[in-house]
Design a protein around this ligand. Structure first.
Ligand SMILES: Nc1ncnc2c1ncn2[C@@H]1O[C@H](COP(=O)(O)OP(=O)(O)OP(=O)(O)O)[C@@H](O)[C@H]1O
Length: 267
């Protein structure tokens, strides 16, 4: 006789594994101020999840919970759960440095180190103990190739990263993140300081990267969210108002607030 519980369990496991990050009743407070209210959001593996919403609605705060960047801010308190592949991100036993290696982050302004292009990419692997020059060379080349920057910089690897254009610097920062082999890449308005051509290269790169990584991106640019993401979450006043497939959010949202926001009636 088939054990239904066993079947259900296997089905549940298969379903769970589609999701890389799951949050359950997540609340976050800055002192007395509640910035995130009861966020339940399951993000899929090898997909791009976009977070949209007006300024101050909690997008960056939410993004930072995924690699515990909020830990660095005094007075932050978190309730509820957030899991990466089923393991609690806020487990006191968790190695935060390991988490941040696994969940890399790209910020609004490109922030290369004042080092050579090569040393920027080799930085993380070196910290994680890789000393062998040949191995480092391989990692640097592969990461720059994945970040679609190799052809532009291969003849100047030992020159300063600060000499690159803003768009190149942002792709270098992505290469630096890729060099430590993360599973998830968080991006907080990564194109906001870039010109249209660099932005479009970055968007192409994001779409390419999802074959290997899971990406969560905060953006103010709704066309960008529509172009690059598979799923979109709309935040308002600390709540996740609606979370669905990007096509659905932009063509037939379920909630009036989402419709008002995407059609430019507020925000
Ligand atoms: N370090 C902090 N201390 C206190 N309050 C904060 C802190 N950081 C953010 N907040 C508040 O939390 C709320 C959410 O901010 P957050 O930066 O997450 O919003 P956002 O949607 O990313 O905004 P934006 O699109 O402008 O970047 C805002 O009211 C903000 O003022």
């Amino acid at each position: 006789m088939v054990d239904i519980r066993e079947e259900q369990t296997q089905e549940a496991v298969a379903k769970r594994s589609d999701f890389i990050i799951k949050t359950d009743a997540l609340n976050l407070y800055y002192g007395d101020f509640q910035a995130l209210i009861d966020i339940n959001m399951d993000m899929k593996q090898n997909k791009v999840t976009a977070l949209i919403g007006p300024s101050g609605c909690g997008k960056s705060t939410f993004l930072r919970t995924i690699n515990r960047m909020n830990d660095l801010i005094e007075g932050v308190r978190i309730e509820g759960s957030i899991k990466l592949r089923g393991d609690s991100i806020y487990d006191p036993k968790l190695d935060v440095a390991e988490l941040r290696k696994n969940v890399g982050m790209v910020f609004q302004r490109p922030n290369p180190f004042p080092l050579s292009i090569y040393d920027n990419v080799a930085y993380g692997p070196r910290i994680h103990g890789i000393k062998n020059k040949k191995k480092l060379d391989e990692i640097v080349e592969q990461s720059l190739r994945y970040a679609v920057l190799w052809d532009e910089v291969k003849d100047r690897l030992n020159t300063s990263a600060l000499g690159l254009s803003g768009g190149q610097q942002q792709r270098l920062v992505i290469a630096r993140v890729l060099a430590v082999e993360p599973e998830v890449i968080l991006m907080d308005e990564p194109a906001s300081a870039l010109d249209p051509i660099s932005t479009s290269k970055l968007e192409e790169l994001i779409i390419e990267l999802k074959s290997k990584y899971s990406i969560v991106i905060v953006t103010h640019n709704m066309q960008q969210a529509a172009r690059v993401s598979d799923d979109t979450g709309f935040f308002l006043n600390g709540r996740l108002v609606e979370f669905d497939q990007t096509d659905k959010i932009f063509t037939n949202p379920a909630k009036k607030e989402t419709d008002d926001y995407i059609s430019g009636r507020f925000g």
